[in-house]
Design a protein around this ligand. Structure first.
Ligand code: FDA
Length: 391
């Protein structure tokens, strides 16, 4: 049995980053994954261009039962540290919107950078390797399809449950429970919302249509794109709110956040009263959507025919459209898993378990979930980096 100082389970963003850091500190590192290739989620991320971080990383943009937990790791390894790394590797990037940084070329460049760093640091990368058992006694013994490995430190970086088709298993949660960690209930995050068949009958004809919208749930709102689909609502603003939305509750959507619709319609009525209502509304919304909202409100005729109250109610339908989703598309399409290993059982500076010394949890398996826009990879880099300094 080859001796290791650290065994890392999961060669995703967090596992690879931790492996590099630990190996650069002279640790003998084995990194195990059941997949045939490392960083598969990096490869498909950001539409193939990997939104690898965000210029505006802030702890309050991460969801966790313990909102303070992520502060330490995010402060010790920042977005600027990762950007410097990407620059040093000669990877060209651009800011798309809202501080979101994407590769100009391909997400594969990020994977190639990490693989090169791992090879140079001497990480033993064991792909297509099944983890059969993990035992703890004198250190950790990991039984795999390639034999048994032994090390005093074990890092769990097996990610969440999202996109099972890509090898997500929930394995890390089972392991955490076995080692006495508490779990915060998991649920899909950054995921499209679904609706009743009656609501869908209205949405389906609009499938493919996108608008800039402000989507609110309680005190949190996101103003980004919204997309009508055959299955319901999607687009960045919906994905963002899905991480906060609670089942059974309604969300409120402003379909024209840059316009005071009631005022605009009243002014149009004054100036061009003979104009059709949907034509007037169509100045602020895609025509098809405007026609549907007017039809739903039961308004016929032109602006001049409408009493003030009816136009105000119509404006309300546009600016404060209340809809009650029935659910989400689930882990099948969710970008992330909310919940996970309870941070109260972890040291924020090292990601080490308070229950079992030498056992660390990093990345998505931990109850820290970022907004859409590069926040989740930054959590993977930051949590992987701090654990890499500690093991
Ligand atoms: P990750 O899931 O990346 O890695 C876990 C690894 O563990 C995998 O390689 C898996 O094969 C392995 N594993 C799991 N179970 C195992 C077992 N039983 N045995 C052995 N190995 C096992 N975020 C962002 O910031 N910007 C973006 O652009 C995107 N885009 C995006 C697109 C899509 C489609 C998805 C699904 C997700 C994103 N994300 C994202 C989220 C981001 O991908 C995610 O937060 C990180 O990949 C989490 O990194 P981890 O290393 O923690 O887990």
């Amino acid at each position: 049995m080859k001796p290791y100082d650290v065994i890392i389970l999961g060669a995703g963003a967090a596992g690879m980053f931790c492996a590099i850091e630990a190996a650069r500190r002279g640790r003998r590192v084995a990194l195990i994954d059941h997949a045939k290739a490392p960083g598969e989620k990096i490869r498909i991320s950001g539409g193939g261009r990997c939104n690898f971080t965000n210029l505006d990383i802030r702890p309050e943009r991460f969801l966790s039962q313990n909102p303070r937990f992520a502060r330490s790791a995010l402060a010790r390894y920042t977005q600027h540290d990762f950007i410097a790394r990407v620059n040093a590797a000669g990877i060209a990037w651009h800011e798309k919107t809202l501080g979101q940084l994407f590769c100009d070329g391909s997400a594969r460049e990020i994977i190639a950078m990490l693989c090169k760093d791992m090879a140079e640091a001497g990480v033993d990368l064991m792909l297509a390797t099944r983890i059969e058992d993990v035992r703890h006694g004198d250190g950790f013994i990991v039984a795999t399809s390639a034999g048994e490995l032994h090390a005093p430190k074990l890092v769990v970086a097996t990610g969440g449950k999202s996109i099972p088709k890509m090898g997500a298993t929930g394995f890390g949660y089972q392991l955490a429970t076995r080692f006495g960690a508490e779990l915060i209930e998991t649920r899909p995050g950054l995921v499209p919302l679904t609706f009743t068949s009656e609501q869908l009958d209205e949405m389906k004809p609009l499938a493919g249509l996108s608008v800039s919208a402000s989507v609110r749930y309680g005190r949190i709102a996101f103003c980004e794109g919204l997309l009508f689909t055959h299955r319901g609502l999607s687009g960045p603003s919906i994905l963002q709110i899905s991480s906060y939305w609670q089942e059974g509750e309604a969300i409120e959507i402003d379909l024209a956040p840059d316009v005071e619709i009631a005022t605009a319609l009243a002014a149009e009525k004054q100036m061009r009263g003979r104009q059709g209502v949907s034509v007037a509304l169509g100045a602020h919304l895609p025509e098809k959507l405007a026609r549907q909202i007017v039809a739903r409100a039961g308004l016929v005729g032109n602006l001049a025919d409408q009493p003030k109250a009816k136009l105000q109610a119509l404006a309300q339908d546009v600016s404060a459209w209340r809809v009650r989703p029935v659910g989400t598309e689930g882990y099948r399409t969710a970008e992330v898993t909310l919940g996970g290993v309870d941070t109260r059982g972890l040291d924020a500076g090292t990601m080490e378990s308070r229950h079992v010394r030498g056992l660390h949890f990093i990345g998505e398996v931990v109850d820290v979930t970022g907004w859409l826009g590069g926040y989740n990879f930054q959590w993977a880099w930051s949590s992987g980096w701090v654990a890499g300094q500690a093991v």
